[in-house]
Design a protein around this ligand. Sequence first.
Ligand code: PLP
Length: 376
Amino acid sequence: MDKIQMVDLGRQYEHIRDEVDAAVLNVVASTQYINGPEVKAFQKELEDYLGVSHVVPCANGTDALQVAMMALGLKPGDEVITTTFTFVATVEVIALLGLRPVLVDVDPDTFNIDPLAVEKAITPKTKAVVPVHLFGQSAQMEPLLDIANRHGLYVIEDNAQAIGADYLFSNGSRKKTGSMGHIGCTSFFPSKNLGCYGDGGAIFTNDHALAQKMRYIVNHGMQTRYYHDQVGVNSRLDSIQAAILRIKLPRLDSYNQARQQAAASYDAAFNGHPGLQIPVRSPFSTHVFHQYTLKTSGIDRFALQEHLMGKGVPAMVYYPVPMHLQKAYTDPRYKEGDFPVTEDLCKRVISLPIHTELDPEQTETITGSVLEFFDR
Ligand SMILES: *Cc1c(COP(=O)(O)O)cnc(C)c1O
């Protein structure tokens, strides 16, 4: 049996090695390293996949969020509402731009931002809301879009963990996560569902003017070379990374299916276990399992993690500390106890290996090792 890893990028590469090696060498020989034809082609292919009018490639998912907020003209002191249960990047860029992160709690089942809590947090200074589609499942977009619409707020979707997932509207229509707000952002960090072999990211929108503005911002605020009409950044997707992403994008749906299959075998082993709550599937989203996250009860999950490590099974805690209790983001408005759902989750969750290459022998080892912990 192959060594079990949280994400097995090596085995995934083996299946596409010939195509990837040829594509990379092709870019090297072309000398079109920045904004070359591969980037333009990938941009178009991703627009088609997501069903959006504009994709703006950039250097990483954190920059995608930052550029989105810059393009919307958010100003220091403006409030941006987001979830306290997320990866730091979401909150980091809000703070970096001098905006005020306003944090809210999540739904205890899906771990996604609670729309009612968002509505309660709105003040006259609120300009935007950033739902994060955490662990591979869409936030509850229909009520969020309605709230944003009624209060004149921008919606920026942090889709770094859910690319390929569908949101199901109550009228039966479906949309890809990242395509529903004013702007959607994603990351192509290697371990994401659509990952490249370095850093990469992209921003999506259906608004032509916003897309133009973001294309200038990612390139030093430059429309005509050496004429700078606005403050920008240097944030571009490398041609080599675009060439790799063009090979992986057509496989994204089958990659997500492989993740769903691994999740199903975990579910079968853990469903109904008194100490383990399997991931709750939202009725309004498909789940692309960026993470397979269990909610434990009555155990020390770090002891479980150590037990698993002894069996050659890695496991991780995403995330041990909510944003409002992070030193960098302490704020006199927030204290321990303010967001009880997230604080409880941070004490109970543990994520198992999930990727495109897990075989039945590996998932059996993983589930067997988890169950053994409870039978000791
Ligand atoms: C990975 C991630 C990001 C940041 O992406 P990078 O490409 O690493 O900058 C932002 N938000 C969430 C929720 C993420 O998981």
